[in-house]
Design a protein around this ligand. Sequence first.
Ligand code: PXL
Length: 275
Amino acid sequence: MKRVLTVQDISCLGKCSLTIALPVISALGVETVILPTAVLSTHTMFKNFTCKDLSDQIEPITAHWKSEHVTFDAIYTGYLGTIEQIAQIRGLFRTFRDENTCIIVDPVMADNGKLYPAFDMDYVKENAKLCGDADIIVPNITEAAFMTGMEYRESYDEGYVKEMLSALNDLGAGISVLTGVSLSEGKTGVMGYDRKTGEYYVYQNDRVNASYHGTGDLFSSTCVGEMMRGLSWKDAMRIAADYTAHTIRVTLDNPRKPWYGVDFEKTIPDLLAMK
Ligand code: PXL
């Protein structure tokens, strides 16, 4: 069985980060080791959330794993807390990376043209360095705009997306994938660029007119799980895009849906059947 380490916060209530990554990657048949970077009462879209930083646990936990000779087939990072913590995670990459480890970085920090409440431009710069260490990065357009210095646009054409992918590629990752890319009316999906082959990959599905918290984490976790199941990055992105859109549709149909996340618990069986 493949073993993935995922590094992100625990938002106790909120259906995001580890409370999505752990069930989704495990359901795909992959051992999922977690490194919680902080414990929050809820995600940061709630008011008055509490947050306990766990940076001081990273070194002892990883030192213990090292003494047990633990190895990982993939390391997947999502929402992290501070600049110092990103530096610690870059150290963790150096400690655990070998020629077979795939490092996937989702530089979670912004959406809809804006940074999340906890972050500033110094954090953006450090996240750009973390992306440079990765084999695969999956920023949304807002995060990519912040990291590359390009203008954030709500409407754009394929030329803009290609320019952004080229600027992302300059950060240093092997494969750069932009999420939330809409190349025509009513469509949305991903566009990626593979540094090694020079190939682009575009996948578009029908846009669902709703935006929910945690869907970026659902997309990335699905990609990681599917790649560990042996799929190519392109097939993994396609399934993750379809699964995320499907889950948003199912959530919309639930009259008692919570405002803060999607009903992925209901759709995991559908994910397992997707090809
Ligand atoms: O879904 C991304 C995410 C993860 N973790 C925390 C968040 C967010 C987005 O706001 O606040 C704590």
